[in-house]
Design a protein around this ligand. Structure first.
Ligand code: MG
Length: 359
């Protein structure tokens, strides 16, 4: 197999470094560049270990990265950076490569239509790395009527409603299934992360939010299911290991990764539970703002500000949903391009900070 060239945006994060591991294990890829934000030492260490040819710092913006992509036109770009910043990078990657592997939900949450339009202009493939969406992609058929995404329910899933406002950051950072970054772990406990994933699925598979069901599934084995017109239900089972969807995205439509570390399924039970609205109010917001990109951008921005404030001990866990809801309600607009979205993102952040100050 011919060697494929790869650029990893967000190399020092958990997804980025797992991608390097997978690439090394499978061979036949050349990592042209990896970006880092502030972890220079880690970037250097990874570059040495995995033979990454160039390091690009994105702390002061993505200009150097965008220039590099234009010049080098890599085969594959992995977008693994969190937040709104993933949107412009995803758009550029779609224009300069053959395949974009997208780990960042925010690009589709905030600018889904821009991503779709840009993808249509080019012949670039867009493959999700999110485990649930990778699962749907593997199950997908044109006769899909409805899909199911599963959720662990996060670290506070067994807490009583009246205790939720006492949750401390250290309680919330204990995720029951996955090991991930801080924001996404908090977002799992509020299930805002799953709200993002509902919107992400709508963009990727051209569904309405009402066709995307979410259930809590504690075993963490079923990632997704598709319900087909003829009554067939297909489920995707997998172990909670991000290296598997990363490898699938890199080698699609082939499967070259060898995992072979199968635990036994004997005695395994699969259970699915309703997502309680009172426990996860911020999750249900996603369904209300499906068709409004201004509010979707506000949803992401306000949540990010709130998560930081919660981690600093400035607000209570339950304030996250309250503030996010307030900001989403207040922000209005009809964004037409990236610049409009940037303005809405900034406005939402400012407003969220003000609301937090007044709490
Ligand atoms: Mg996910």
């Amino acid at each position: 197999m011919a060697e494929r060239t790869v650029v990893i945006v967000g190399m020092t994060g958990s997804m980025g470094s797992q991608a390097l591991e997978v690439i090394k294990k499978m061979g036949s890829f050349r990592v042209l560049a990896g970006t880092y934000h502030s972890s220079f030492e880690k970037a250097q260490m990874l570059a040495k270990e995995y033979g990454v040819e160039k390091l690009i710092c994105t702390k002061n913006g993505s200009e150097e990265l965008e220039g590099f992509l234009e010049e080098n036109m890599p085969d594959i770009v992995l977008v693994c950076i969190p937040g709104f910043a993933s949107l412009p990078v995803t758009l550029k990657a779609l224009l300069t490569s053959k395949r974009v592997l997208l780990a960042s939900k925010e690009a589709l949450v905030c600018g889904g239509w821009l991503v779709r339009e840009t993808k249509e202009e080019t012949s670039c493939e867009l493959i999700p790395l999110d485990s649930e969406h990778s699962a749907v992609m593997q199950l997908y058929e044109p006769s899909v009527e409805k899909i199911l995404l599963t959720s662990s329910g996060g670290a506070l899933r067994d807490w009583k409603l009246e205790d939720l406002d006492k949750a401390r950051p250290e309680d919330v950072l204990k995720h029951p299934v996955w090991k991930m970054g801080k924001r996404i772990t908090i977002d799992s406990a509020t299930m805002v992360n799953k709200g993002f994933e509902v919107l992400e699925a709508c963009e990727l598979f051209q569904l309405r939010a009402s066709q995307v069901e979410v259930l809590i599934h504690r075993e963490g084995l079923v990632h997704a299911a598709v319900f087909l017109k003829d009554g067939t239900v297909k489920m995707h089972l997998g172990f909670p290991d991000m290296r598997i969807p990363i490898a699938y995205g890199l080698t699609y439509p082939d499967r070259r990764y060898e995992h072979r570390n199968w635990p036994s399924l004997i005695g395994t039970q699969l259970e699915f539970q309703q997502v309680e609205r009172e426990h996860y109010p911020a999750f249900y917001l996603a369904y209300e703002i499906e068709n409004d990109y201004a509010k979707r951008t506000a949803y992401n921005a306000a949540d990010e500000v709130c998560v930081e404030a919660f981690l600093r001990g400035q607000i209570k866990f339950t304030d996250i949903a309250r503030v996010v809801e307030k900001i989403v309600e207040r922000i209005e607009g009809t964004p037409r391009d990236l610049r409009d979205l940037k303005d809405i993102d900034e406005e939402s952040r400012k407003l969220a900070e003000e609301v937090i100050e007044w709490l």
